[in-house]
Design a protein around this ligand. Structure first.
Ligand SMILES: Cc1cc2nc3c(=O)[nH]c(=O)nc-3n(C[C@H](O)[C@H](O)[C@H](O)COP(=O)(O)O)c2cc1C
Ligand code: SF4
Length: 646
């Protein structure tokens, strides 16, 4: 019997019947090139169809030349991508899924770089980039509405099942819907009827041109999160009005706009699971016959099932959980949730695409590649004896991959618990979710027969005695001591501090941040619990440079919320007699901080690779931070790739 019966029940959306309630929400991949569909772009969608999602929404498709944000934005307003659209529609249909194109115009919201001529609803600036757009005349609004309709028709002719109008996250349609951005005095501004006219005209036009069979969905905010914007009550009024038009086949709700409320658009691990399901329920109560898609940090099959069972929504939308594991639906259908590679909601993937890079993810190295959904390491021709030294994420990944290939694998860790640096990070306030990556790696290793030996510091002699064919050295890296400081009771690396934090408290503590990652600000959060004053110093001009823009909003909210003093452009020189001397690297002016009880440093790291020198003659391969200390993704994926090559 199905474990998640409600989640795997059918649903009618418009005239189509979906095989289950799981939908891939729109996900920018930046896999397109020169505004054209590529193999990885197509594979990304196809693999999620193969993985069992019933409905797939493409990433944003530009409806107008002025909507093109960058070379990886797919154009839908011209014939360029027709062959690609047809192919993906055919491929997805063969997998028994439904494909929906997301129609997009950013309006004033210029994320990456201003388009040639940003257009907008009013002369109010975009809260993210400050762009003040050209205010559209009424005729121009009608022309842009027409461009949505024509793009929908193109997709319909190419075999798409429908379109989703992107009216969330502060883009053009939402700029019309929201009283915070729409101060127009023509027929498109003013009361509810007028603010919804733009989207109604588009939907009506699509219905006329594409017929009743064609799905028309709308993604809109249930809470824009800004004063005077689309608050939940306003979203109820909009939903009520739009649901009565008969133009819409589903509503999806994504929160926030590109102000500080953007944090709610991709709620990270600091938010509760299913953070917005109560809002979805509120919208469902007024949407009449129109199904509602619940979305936002829904990653557990049990929660997804409960959302359907208890009527929070009719569909569950997932982006990040399906980036991590395209086979999430099939694994859930088989009742094996532990097999799902978990999303930890740190927003690294979101950060990558918003830097204009191709979509990338910590522990799914194969995003967008052929056979991604059910890919397993290829069996090796000969079984080898493999020793992995080190139980951090790189060692754990290498261990399960090597074992899955048929090698005999023993992993030695000098610690009493597996997980290395990431395990420590998971002990920081709010960051416990990170542990799930480790748990999944251990689970995979157990499945393929990895032998784990804990509390054992491996020597060169042990390796020789063990008689291995290959040693994978995954002994990690340590932070470098900054300036002229010496490690000691009052000078600790971030990792040493996390281990000892319970025993340490006092007046003033300094955190030297030359790292800029979210883990460092987790350390700051922990220090703020134990010290009266925490001062965060960095020699760089700003902090949190390595945190994606969305999660950085939360980082600053917590740092300022805890009264942590942030001092950029301050390089630590010395720490003598409770005085920390700092220097501004731009003007060389020195300053002192008095009465410092503790200094913690989070700095670029140095590899722990001593064992490699002692193991002359054995085949030793350094992996992860031991090879080159970089970020979580590279540590995991390097371990994966090297083990896969054995
Ligand atoms: C990498 C990435 C790209 C996204 N691209 C889009 C997009 O093209 N259009 C859109 O409406 N939302 C986009 N979103 C937001 C998602 O559709 C979704 O609303 C949000 O991630 C919350 O769902 P989740 O918790 O399942 O990730 C993107 C999210 C991520 C992580
Ligand atoms: S990078 Fe993080 S947030 Fe993005 S899909 Fe992977 S685990 Fe989830």
């Amino acid at each position: 019997m199905l474990k998640y019966r409600s989640l795997f029940s059918e649903l009618k959306v418009g005239k189509k019947t979906l095989k289950n309630r799981i939908c891939l929400c729109a996900t920018v991949t930046n896999f397109a090139q020169n505004n054209k569909i590529t193999e990885p772009w197509r594979n990304f969608l196809l693999e999620r169809a193969r993985g069992g999602a019933a409905m797939l929404v493409t990433e944003v498709i530009a409806v107008d030349p002025e909507a093109i944000a960058q070379a990886s934005t797919i154009t839908g307003f011209d014939p360029t991508n027709e062959a690609g659209f047809k192919q993906i529609a055919d491929d997805v249909h063969k997998e028994g899924a439904v494909i929906i194109g997301q129609l997009w115009h950013p309006g004033r919201q210029q994320l990456w770089h201003p388009t040639k001529s940003p257009i907008g609803v009013s002369n109010l600036p975009d809260p993210y980039s400050g762009t003040v757009p050209h205010v559209m005349e009424t005729e121009e609004v009608l022309r842009v509405a027409e461009s949505y309709i024509n793009t929908a028709k193109r997709l319909s002719d190419c075999g798409f099942d429908g379109v989703e109008l992107h009216g969330a996250h502060g883009y053009l349609i939402m700029q019309f819907l929201s009283p915070a951005s729409n101060n127009r005095e023509d027929m498109f501004g003013g009361d509810l009827e007028s603010r919804t006219l733009f989207v109604r005209k588009i939907a009506e036009g699509i219905r006329e041109k594409c017929g009743q069979e064609f799905i028309v969905g709308l993604k809109m905010p249930a809470d824009e999160g800004v004063p005077g914007g689309v608050c939940p009550d306003e979203a109820v009024r909009i939903t009520t009005l739009l649901s009565k038009t008969g133009y819409f086949d589903y509503f999806a709700y994504g929160q926030g706009n590109f102000s500080l409320s953007l944090e709610t658009h991709v709620p990270d691990m600091y938010f509760d699971q299913g953070a917005f399901i109560e809002l979805h329920k509120k919208m469902r109560a007024v949407s009449g016959n129109v199904p509602v898609m619940a979305l936002g940090r829904i990653g557990e099959p049990a929660l997804a099932n409960r959302i359907i069972e208890e009527g929070f929504g009719d569909l569950v939308g997932m982006s990040r959980a399906l980036i991590t594991d395209p086979a999430w639906p099939e694994k859930a259908r088989l009742g094996n949730p532990r097999d799902i590679r978990p999303c930890v909601y740190d927003n690294f993937s979101w950060g990558e695409v918003h830097l204009g890079k191709p979509l990338a993810e910590h522990h799914n190295a194969f995003v967008g590649q052929v056979n991604e959904a059910f890919r397993l390491p290829e069996p090796a021709n000969f079984s080898k004896r493999v020793i992995v030294v080190g139980g951090g994420v790189s060692g754990l990944e290498a261990a399960w991959v090597a074992a899955a290939k048929g090698h005999g694998v023993t992993l030695f860790s000098s610690a009493s618990e597996l997980g290395g640096g990431l395990l420590l990070e998971s002990k920081l306030p709010g960051r416990q979710e990170m542990r799930r990556i480790i748990e999944h790696q251990i689970f995979s290793g157990e499945k393929y027969g990895v032998e784990y030996v804990l509390n054992y510091k491996v020597s060169a002699r042990d390796v020789v005695d063990f008689g291995s064919d290959v040693v994978l050295l995954a002994t990690g890296a340590n932070h470098r001591v900054p300036g002229d400081l010496e490690r000691g009771v009052k000078v600790l690396s971030a990792r040493e501090y996390v281990i000892q934090a319970e025993k340490l408290d006092g007046g003033t503590a300094v955190l030297v941040d030359e790292d800029g990652t979210a883990a460092t600000y987790g350390v700051a959060d922990l220090m703020a619990q134990n010290f009266k004053n925490v001062i965060l110093l960095t020699s760089r001009p700003r902090v949190a440079a390595s945190v994606n823009h969305c999660s950085a909003i939360g980082v600053f909210r917590r740092l300022y919320g805890a009264n942590i003093q942030i001092q950029p452009a301050q390089q630590v020189i010395s720490f003598i007699d409770k005085k920390v001397t700092v220097m501004n690297p731009y003007n060389a002016i020195e300053d002192k901080i008095s009465d410092v009880d503790l200094l913690v440093y989070s700095t670029p790291r140095i590899s722990n690779d001593e064992l490699a020198d002692e193991l002359d003659g054995t085949l030793v391969m350094k992996i992860g931070d031991c090879r080159s200390p970089r970020n979580l993704m590279t540590a995991i994926q390097n371990g994966h790739a090297i083990a896969d090559s054995l």
